[in-house]
Design a protein around this ligand. Structure first.
Ligand SMILES: NC(=O)C1=CN([C@@H]2O[C@H](COP(=O)(O)OP(=O)(O)OC[C@H]3O[C@@H](n4cnc5c(N)ncnc54)[C@H](O)[C@@H]3O)[C@@H](O)[C@H]2O)C=CC1
Ligand SMILES: O=C([O-])CC(=O)C(=O)O
Length: 301
């Protein structure tokens, strides 16, 4: 098994994430990068998978968008190096605001002439984890979160996060009134943690778990298995995505994708939505369009 480069490895997410990667895949070579040791090129050299958690996290009262000013240039600089050192690696962006940092990463790779949409993912797995956890809780603990599969589409902040409980497997027996607070908690669960940590950061161990779950799926795909995962991707560059991008009017969107050895192989359809989910999708798209434009225009100046 190949090399995983963790960029931001000394941070609150990066530290447990690298421990998880090392514990479960002892054959994988895991390299970290501290911002001040000048080792970015070394960490990226020969990487098969790059996971970026570098950047600042929220403090109470901040939105994810407030992080953009600082984190956009961190992402741009890291992806300039990815472009020259490991352009064929599969890259995963955890750094917020994901809705805008992924477009920054894509534009950086495009400028360098090495953008391959099938190999760039914004990590939205934490939303998937929350969607099953909070619904299991609302169901009174009669089902384990890991027994529930709830697709989550859209983006990774507030109203852009859209859990599709109408498609949950097994069926979730909750009325629209019972679902409303569950959906709200999935959308704003990150804020809940930021508030409770009182300035000490945002979600960390649960994100390390979610990030690891996504990396593990990528490792399974690289070893030849076909896997499906939700992630925030550049739709027009992945088979099946162009039509969805045209239908939704956005190029970047979190959706379930099929993943193979060389990255995403197919965007899967979002399926039928309930009346309420259709309304939530409208709201998600409205916010998402602004977030995407922020990321793209950062790189056009
Ligand atoms: N996608 C998601 O679901 C989630 C994303 N996040 C985001 O993940 C990011 C990291 O969060 P934490 O680990 O809690 O933050 P942290 O502050 O503990 O760690 C960030 C690390 O990045 C490093 N760093 C800063 N500038 C750098 C640079 N130019 N190059 C390389 N490394 C650099 C810092 O030294 C630090 O070690 C934040 O932007 C946060 O909002 C957090 C939770 C969930
Ligand atoms: O809320 C934050 O800033 C961190 C995050 O993305 C999450 O917990 O989903």
């Amino acid at each position: 098994m190949g090399k995983i480069a963790l960029i931001g490895a000394a941070g609150q997410i990066g530290t447990p994430l690298s421990l998880l990667c090392k514990a479960v895949n002892t054959k994988a070579k895991v390299s970290g990068y501290l911002p001040d040791n000048g080792g970015l090129k070394k960490a990226l050299a020969g990487a098969d998978i790059v996971v970026v958690t570098a950047g600042i996290a929220r403090k109470p009262g901040m939105t994810r968008d407030d992080l953009f000013k600082t984190n956009a240039s961190i992402i741009r600089d890291i992806f300039s190096e990815v472009a020259s050192t490991c352009p064929n690696a599969i890259s995963c962006v955890v750094t917020n605001p994901v809705n805008s940092t992924v477009p920054v990463a894509a534009e950086t790779l495009k400028k360098a002439g090495v953008f391959e949409p099938r190999r760039l993912f914004g990590v939205t797995t934490l939303d998937v984890v929350r969607a099953s956890t909070f619904a299991a809780h609302a169901l009174g603990g009669n089902i384990e979160p890991k027994q529930l599969r709830v697709p989550v589409i859209g983006g990774h902040s507030g109203a852009t996060i859209l859990p599709l409980y109408s498609q949950a497997q097994p069926v979730v027996q909750l009325s629209d009134e019972q679902l409303a607070p569950v959906i709200n908690r999935v959308q704003f669960g990150g804020d809940e943690i930021v508030k409770s940590k009182q300035g000490a950061g945002s979600a960390t161990t649960c994100m390390a778990y979610a990030g690891f779950r996504f990396v593990k799926a990528l490792m399974s795909a690289q070893s030849g298995q076909s896997v499906t995962e939700e992630a925030y991707v550049y739709l027009p560059g992945i088979p099946g995505g162009r039509e969805l991008a045209a239908e939704l009017g956005v190029d970047y969107f979190a959706v379930k994708v099929q993943i193979g050895q060389k990255g995403a192989t197919k965007v899967l359809p979002i399926g039928d939505l309930s009346g309420n989910e259709k309304k939530l999708l409208e709201a998600a798209l409205c916010e998402l369009k602004t977030n995407i434009a922020t990321g793209v225009s950062f790189m056009s100046v």
